[in-house]
Write a protein that binds this ligand. Structure first.
Ligand code: PGA
Length: 254
């Protein structure tokens, strides 16, 4: 049996608390009993507790956009895995290209964060992806293999099953440029074969691999139609309820 489509909205640093709450209530009304889809949102950290309350008991999950790798300590401004877990999050985005490129997060730091999340049963949504330069230099596979190798270093097969991987070509994020569905499918297939090499076919097939990068209601169908694309990580189009809903409705058919 195929997997249920997996749709995540990453609000990034957008919306007010009031707008976020309204969004979550509307989402709850339409998606709550949806058994055909796995759906979640990633609000800004300070909204997490309130949004988790709104979505409590319904199938929609809430993810943090980031955590620190340490459990506690003198890390002013940072939040630990257990803190976001405590307010009700079940997932966390890690390795997002904005974290890698704007905040200079390294593969080894991301690896430590993935381990921190897994240690408290918080499911990482682990993002990988090449830059435009990487793609033009035909280094896409090399870069992604490395991000997977370093990011997943020391993580057991049992834990890999808890993980969601998101392929987000950096050149397609927030640029309006989407990878061609076939182009994305090719990289997804490469990611799955890399996971197969490390952890075997069964685990690789069970891992969700999402596509992210300028996903919109208009291109959700052709992306979801690709055999290796299990779901979508949506940025800009996830902060408007109507467009996020259209993406969810489209994905629910796959
Ligand atoms: P975008 O962002 O949909 O606005 O391109 C995707 C992401 O960063 O996850």
């Amino acid at each position: 049996m195929g997997k249920k489509p997996f749709i995540v909205g990453n609000w990034k640093m957008n919306l007010t608390l009031m707008e976020g709450m309204e969004f979550a209530k509307s989402l709850r009304n339409v998606v709550c009993d949806e058994s055909e889809i796995i759906c979640g949102i990633c609000p800004p950290i300070v909204f997490l507790k309130d949004i988790c309350r709104v979505l409590e008991g319904c199938g929609i999950f809430v993810a943090a956009q980031n955590i620190h790798s340490e459990k506690t300590g003198a890390y002013t401004g940072e939040i630990s895995a257990s803190m976001v877990k405590e307010v009700g999050c079940t997932h966390v985005l890690l390795g997002h290209s904005e974290r890698r490129h704007i905040f200079h997060e390294t593969d080894s730091f991301i690896n430590a964060k993935i381990k921190a999340a897994l240690s408290v049963n918080l499911k990482p949504i682990f993002c990988v992806g090449e830059t435009l330069d990487n793609r033009e230099d035909e280094r896409t596979e090399y870069v992604i293999r490395n991000q997977l190798k370093e990011g997943l270093h020391g993580i057991s097969a049992g834990h890999i099953k808890e993980l969601v991987i998101a392929y987000e070509p950096v050149w397609a994020i927030g640029t309006g440029k989407t990878a061609l569905p076939e182009q994305a499918n090719e990289v997804h297939s490469f990611i799955r074969s890399t996971i197969t090499d490390g952890y075997g076919k069964d685990i690789a097939n069970s891992v969700y691999i999402l596509y992210g990068g300028s996903v919109k209601p208009e291109n959700a169908k052709e992306l979801m139609a690709q055999p290796e694309i299990d779901g979508l990580l949506v940025g800009g189009a996830s902060i408007k309820f109507e467009s996020f809903l259209k993406i969810i409705e489209t994905a629910a058919k796959y």
